[in-house]
Design a protein around this ligand. Sequence first.
Ligand SMILES: N[C@H](CCC[C@H](N)C(=O)O)C(=O)O
Length: 279
Amino acid sequence: MEQRAHNGTGLAFMKMHGLGNDFVVIDARTGSDPVTPALARALGDRHRGVGFDQLAVIKPAEGADFTLDFWNSDGTRAGACGNATRCVSDWMMTQLGKDAVSLITTRGRLSAVRRADGLVSVNMGAPILDWQSVPLAREVSVEHLPIEGDPVAVGMGNPHCVFFVENAETIPVESIGPKIEHDSLFPERTNVEFASLMGPDHLRMRVWERGTGITLACGSGTCATAVAAHLRGLTGRKVLVDVDGGQLEIDWRDDGVWMTGPTMMVFEGVLSDTFLAAL
Ligand SMILES: N[C@H](CCC[C@H](N)C(=O)O)C(=O)O
């Protein structure tokens, strides 16, 4: 069997969620990274595992408080996960006795702070708006993709395809989402958002996540939607976004896109050796 950081004592994990976007979190700051695609898939199975939208792995970092890796429930990697970043940052702030932390993800150094009202804000970095880096398969305008419905492409460390629609509630996300996820314009597939304007600087958004499917919230998708809405002249740079699981505040500042919302630690547990041995 492949080497894994368990030796007859199981593998500790935490279950957290941000607005119902749920995560299993493994703290691998000491010892080796135990996660393989097979473990991610088994753990992500809501019947035979624990179930999650994303798996987040905390690892040591140089020049930051920690590194964070993300996996989807289909065993693929995600370059960004805003809600997990908020949840894990909150937990790490408590662990380290700080009100602010820095972390490394595949897109570089991010930062998070706990606000006086208890909500956690994460700077998700600047949006990626050049077609090669989203990435798109060929040179097109990211603000008007050649896809029916005229969506916008935004990278937040992961690709997003944002559609503005009259009423997001009536969109069959479960059938359109996977088609767009696999559109040939997106060589690494894409997350798919459907958004409608609710009022001044107020959006409603529903999401189909790459590698996971419909989720109750998507932090990076909410950031991408807010950026796209501003680019389209629909909103200012600071908006409230209603997702199925609640509301996020997005503020596209000069230093990056800040996302603010709640976090929840659900429980701590231990994966059994029997479960791990069956992988
Ligand atoms: N739920 C996450 C995004 C997951 C994106 C993932 N599905 C991908 O493959 O990029 C969030 O809060 O930002």
